[in-house]
Design a protein around this ligand. Structure first.
Ligand code: NAD
Length: 372
């Protein structure tokens, strides 16, 4: 099979969908890889590195399977019906999928892979969120004008920074772990009851907002491992508790998301106002409207003396490792449909991972499904 690797074209994007290591594996399995010149620039992998791994530098649209980072990489005018596009295709943006569909190609959005054990090695949301959580804390640490760890020096003692993490999914848990490694005191909140144990196992303190009704308890269980919107009664109590914790915080990392919806608003302007000057908020939900009312996407702004970071692509800041993990996620996913030494795609008809991630086929957008 011929695989094509497109250069990253999204704003600030540096990641690439194949590394020299995954190219070697594709070659070993008898596949041909055509990569666009300069595609690996952002991860310090030169064309020569890719050629040494067995790729050809050229026009990736000559291949059948096109590997991309995001939808911006694809020139839909060049797509043909036999193309199969694989990447993080931003499936909740219907217009982008409609553009792909108009070519008649087939496309798979890896964000929609189910959170099952079998799919773990292909889980791009996890591999990239993990990096975002890490990079967000490092960003906060460089913008915060004080230390993270407690320091006892001859010139006096410095207190540890107090970090609050809102949303303890993959990104939030990595943010907790990274802030703890830097010596901060960490508290975290999540709607899901399972989050308590995970937060505590990383040395964080769980910000408890007890459930008071069956409706609240049921909503908190979520669906498919994901959060569902919580009832207004719980959100009100959470807002009060979170506001009090945030007023004491030096750094806040917000990561709360509900798939396919705008980010829940967890920090109002008066909460920012209550924070100490010099505090930092990194809003990992900035691309989806932000968990903080004052976040500006892709900007670092100062409001009421607090620095607000609205960076929307932290994984691209750690592009080499983000690409290494992403490229392996893609390689594992392609393992479902490539056969060694075969020029044909063998897309299984009854595979839950394939079916959940297929967003475009036969000129039609398949996601979101009607009624979903
Ligand atoms: P996500 O990025 O969709 O959301 C981040 C976190 O925000 C979630 O933990 C969510 O519960 C939380 N959140 C939503 N609304 C909130 C609110 N109002 N206040 C506080 N927190 C709020 O989450 P994710 O990192 O993709 O993880 C989603 C789930 O999938 C988690 O349960 C995670 O453990 C699970 N998961 C499973 C696998 C697997 O089994 N293969 C892999 C990765 C993640």
């Amino acid at each position: 099979m011929r695989l094509g690797v497109l250069s990253p074209r999204g704003t600030g994007e540096k990641r690439v969908a194949a590394t020299p290591d995954t190219i070697k594996a594709y070659r070993k399995a008898g596949h041909e890889v055509i990569i666009e010149a300069g595609a690996g620039q952002g991860i310090a992998s030169s064309d020569a590195d890719y050629e040494a791994a067995g790729a050809t530098i050229g026009d990736p649209y000559q291949a059948t399977v096109l590997l991309v980072v995001g939808p911006a990489d694809v020139d839909s005018a060049r797509l043909r019906a036999e193309h199969v596009v694989v990447g993080m295709l931003d499936p909740y943006e219907s217009e982008g999928l409609d553009r792909l569909a108009s070519s008649g190609c087939q496309a798979f959005a890896l964000e929609l892979i189910p959170r099952t054990t079998r799919a773990q090695s292909m889980d791009v949301l996890s591999s990239q969120a993990n990096i975002a959580g890490y990079a967000a804390v490092l960003k906060a640490a460089t913008l915060y004008p004080r230390f993270f760890p407690m320091m006892m020096t001859a010139a006096g003692t410095v207190k540890a920074a107090r970090v609050v993490v809102l949303g303890a999914g993959v990104a939030g848990l990595q943010a907790i772990a990274t802030a703890r490694r830097l010596g901060a005191v960490v508290e975290a909140s999540d709607v899901r009851p399972a989050a308590r144990e995970q937060i505590e196992s990383l040395g964080g303190k769980f910000i408890d907002v007890p459930y008071e009704t069956d409706e609240e308890r049921e909503a908190a269980q979520g669906v498919g491992g994901y959060a569902r919107p919580m009832p207004a009664s719980w959100l009100q109590r959470q807002a009060a508790v979170v506001a009090a914790r945030c007023a004491q915080a030096d750094v806040i990392i917000t990561t709360a998301l509900i798939p396919g919806r705008p980010a829940p608003r967890l920090i109002a302007e008066d909460v920012v106002q209550s924070m100490r000057a010099g505090s930092v908020i990194v809003d990992l939900a900035a691309a989806r409207g932000g968990n903080c009312a004052l976040t500006e996407a892709d900007q670092i702004v100062e409001k009421h003396g607090v620095t607000l970071v609205g960076e929307t692509n932290f994984p691209a800041r750690v592009a080499a490792d983000a690409s290494a993990l992403y490229a392996r996620n893609i390689q594992q996913f392609l393992g479902l449909m490539l056969k060694d030494q075969s020029d044909e795609l063998h897309i299984p008809a009854d595979d839950d991972i394939v079916n959940a991630s297929r967003v475009v086929q036969g000129g039609k957008r398949l996601f979101p499904q009607q009624g979903a």
